[in-house]
Design a protein around this ligand. Sequence first.
Ligand code: AMP
Length: 113
Amino acid sequence: MENCLFCKIIKGEIPSAKVYEDDEMLIFKDIAPQAKIHYLLILKEHFANIVEMTDEQAVTLARCLKKLSGMVDELGLQGGFRLVSNKGADACQSVEHLHIHILGGEKLSEKMA
Ligand code: AMP
């Protein structure tokens, strides 16, 4: 997608602090962290959010989350982590390319909203 910020990050047109990359996903540091560790996991294939996701993309996402589960130590998330994916205005989604927030590195709030 031409004007998608995260597609531009994937293409290297906008710099990012990458922590992991393979042929189907990228994990990079959120530019405005809301926890000691705050990464974004994105799929390289563009779709706006979980509602727009095809069955095939859902399988890719599940595979990527499984890969994430194998990287917990190297990502500094041994103490636990929280995954969040915002969809739509009520959830304040600001980038229309599916992304999973990965929050951790410290004790998080008991509240999620
Ligand atoms: P959301 O509000 O759920 O759509 O999340 C979008 C996230 O993207 C926010 O947490 C932003 O801080 C983050 N963000 C926006 N631009 C960049 C960027 N250039 N590099 C890294 N993270 C970004």
